[in-house]
Design a protein around this ligand. Structure first.
Ligand code: NAG
Ligand code: NAG
Ligand code: NAG
Ligand code: NAG
Ligand code: NAG
Ligand code: NAG
Length: 431
């Protein structure tokens, strides 16, 4: 109950490698570190201040672990500890459907722990004006809205990364990596200016819809925490929680590529590059089911094939662990879910559906007409109000609210509010 497994993911990683590797020389080379890890695994006694957290193996078939609190008192103690900690929340990506996701992020992530600061890194486009919803976040440390530029592609990047399954090729990956690492740079600049270091960094996406607050069991010193499923041959990269040191490794998505290159990694997608970052730097990771999904406008075949993508109904019970979702009348519920989800490849787009957590949408066409009603019913009055506010937002109100948000932001780097608002609210069809 009270044991802390020092490096469980590494053990599984090595065991898998071992099992699939018939080269006996390699086996002999692997044995000493393996024995050492087995020693650490069974013999170490924890000396960390969080030792009241029990980390237990949840399922030996996958790298799913869970943290258990001895009792409610311990849970509250951990929340109090987190309330005293300094937490940076890094929000990256385009604002697409932010009128649906933004207010849930504020309620369920940003305003949960007392000392959380928000950092936003987002490209300028005709949806960026929706970011003004962040005005009601308690503490905004940095906002950077930038004009996207093509990134130069280095030889090392071309060797390490693959364009396969990335809609915009290697350029798309680099743009995404730049979004993530740029957020880390913002955090580090802010730390240097204010002479402190964050205890924790939560990285998540602008398009995440949160149904339940991010719980204290997700903050585990020395481990990087990611959701299970949607792993595409690596690790689910739609959210990460870690202490400062593990987060630096996890968020250094561009600057770590030369190291992946020298370690011999080739043809990686985003998820497998992410996993390689952690394993090459010996950062142990854990997976934990998390109560958010990624709201998408994209269309996917239904029912999904072996490598297809399931799209969860926003009304699913959850946790959805970052699976794709949309507001819909579910097309597959109850006894339909198991046969449909069992077809999916476990190491690819599969997501955990145990405990009736998922109901599926038929997402092969556009969002259904009347999706607004579905959303409002699921999300509740407050979020419905925010959705409607954005739907009927006028240009001058938008400009005014951007000014208010800028006023309460410590470090602001963005085009003018009138440019951001005009781009979205003048001469362009709303969605
Ligand atoms: C909760 O667990 C801690 C040990 O971690 C123990 O000291 C305490 O008495 C427990 N409290 C209750 C109410 O059981
Ligand atoms: C932690 O901080 C949050 C937000 O400020 C507050 O609502 C909550 O009551 C605090 N919890 C504890 C256990 O102190
Ligand atoms: C930064 O903080 C450290 C330790 O808290 C202190 O020794 C140092 O003087 C501070 N530097 C500045 C520039 O405030
Ligand atoms: C984080 O890294 C720094 C520098 O590498 C090191 O001095 C420090 O002890 C590390 N902190 C923790 C909590 O591991
Ligand atoms: C399923 O739900 C039950 C009760 O709600 C809970 O105790 C159990 O841990 C859940 N199992 C999984 C795999 O999430
Ligand atoms: C900016 O903030 C200050 C105090 O926090 C307030 O007095 C002022 O009216 C604000 N300006 C705008 C444009 O919101």
């Amino acid at each position: 109950m009270m044991t802390i497994l020092k490096n469980p993911s590494k053990i599984l990683h090595l065991c898998r490698k071992w099992a699939s590797d018939l080269d006996f020389m390699k086996l002999i080379l692997l044995l000493p570190p393996l024995l050492f890890i087995v020693y650490v695994f069974f013999c170490s006694v924890s000396s960390n201040p969080f030792s009241y957290l029990g980390v237990s193996v949840h399922s030996s078939a996958s790298t799913t672990f869970s943290i258990t609190f001895a009792n409610q008192t311990e849970r509250i103690r951990h929340i109090e500890e987190l309330n005293r900690s300094r937490i940076a929340v890094c929000l990256v990506g385009g604002a697409r459907r932010f009128e649906l996701t933004g207010p849930s992020i504020i309620q369920k992530v940003l305003n949960v722990y007392a000392n959380s600061d928000l950092f936003v890194h987002s490209p300028l486009d005709d949806k960026a004006y929706k970011l003004l919803l962040l005005k009601s976040a308690r503490s905004i440390a940095g906002v950077r809205i930038f004009r996207p530029q093509p990134m130069p592609e280095t030889e090392s990047q071309l060797r390490v990364l693959t364009a396969q399954n990335s809609p915009k090729g290697i350029q798309g990956l680099l743009q995404y990596f730049n979004l993530v690492e740029g957020c880390l740079t913002m955090i580090q600049d802010y730390q240097n200016q204010n002479n402190f270091t964050y205890d924790w960094i939560i990285r998540t996406r602008v398009d995440g819809y949160w149904s339940v607050p991010l719980g204290p069991e997700n903050f585990i010193p020395g481990y990087y925490l990611v959701p299970p499923g949607s792993s595409y041959g690596g690790l689910n990269d739609r959210l990460g929680v870690g202490d400062y040191n593990t987060s630096v490794v996890a968020l250094s998505r561009l600057s770590m590529i030369p190291q992946l290159d020298s370690a011999g990694h080739r043809q990686l997608n985003s998820e497998s590059a992410f996993k390689a970052q952690l394993t090459t730097q010996n950062v142990p990771y854990l997976t934990m089911r998390l109560p958010f999904c990624v709201v998408t406008d994209r269309q996917y075949e239904f029912p999904p094939s072996h490598y297809g993508v399931p799209v969860a109904a926003l009304s699913s019970r959850g946790p959805l662990s970052g699976a794709k979702c949309r507001p819909c009348t579910p097309a597959c519920t109850g006894s339909c879910v198991e046969p449909t989800m069992s077809i999916l490849d476990k190491g690819w787009s599969w997501t955990d559906w145990a405990n009736n957590s998922i109901e599926l949408c038929d997402a092969h066409t556009e969002w259904e007409s009347g999706w607004e009603k579905v959303f409002d019913r699921v999300a509740g009055k407050k979020l419905a109000a925010a959705r409607k506010r954005i739907e009927s937002l006028k240009l001058d109100q938008c400009v005014k609210e951007f000014a208010e948000m800028m006023n309460k932001t410590a470090h602001w780097e963005a085009p003018s509010g009138s440019e951001i608002c005009s781009l979205g609210l003048l001469n362009s069809p709303r969605s």
